[in-house]
Design a protein around this ligand. Structure first.
Ligand code: SF4
Ligand code: F3S
Length: 104
């Protein structure tokens, strides 16, 4: 599966949603997540994210994000079309420590 990491927080560009063939993105207040049981591992979303927030879970140290994606994809609503990012999205691109600062 692919997972959305904290780099998405406060950015939410949603380009990823537009390309996913199985519509497995779910939207929270500050970020999106992927449902690991629906993701077919096609990889097309990874290069689409301007914040480089999406990674395959085969990369190291992604356990906490995989857990977060699994947990919240069961709680948050499905998102299937792109929408405007937050006005200050670019200011938060690449910012460190976004999870502790902003995650809700
Ligand atoms: Fe969707 Fe493919 Fe990305 Fe999985 S890897 S979330 S199926 S676009
Ligand atoms: Fe987030 Fe990147 Fe999608 S910022 S909403 S994972 S395009």
């Amino acid at each position: 599966t692919y997972v959305v990491t904290d780099a998405c927080i406060k950015c939410k560009y949603t380009d990823c949603v537009e390309v996913c063939p199985v519509d497995c993105f779910y939207e929270g207040e500050t970020m999106l997540v992927i449902n690991p049981s629906e993701c077919i591992d096609c990889g097309v979303c990874e290069p689409e994210c301007p914040a480089e927030a999406i990674l395959p879970d085969t990369e190291s140290d992604l356990e906490q994000w995989l857990e977060l994606n699994a947990k919240y994809s069961a709680e948050w609503p499905n998102i299937t079309s792109q929408k405007d990012p937050p006005e200050d999205a670019d200011e938060h691109k690449g910012e460190e420590g976004k999870f502790d600062k902003y995650f809700t």
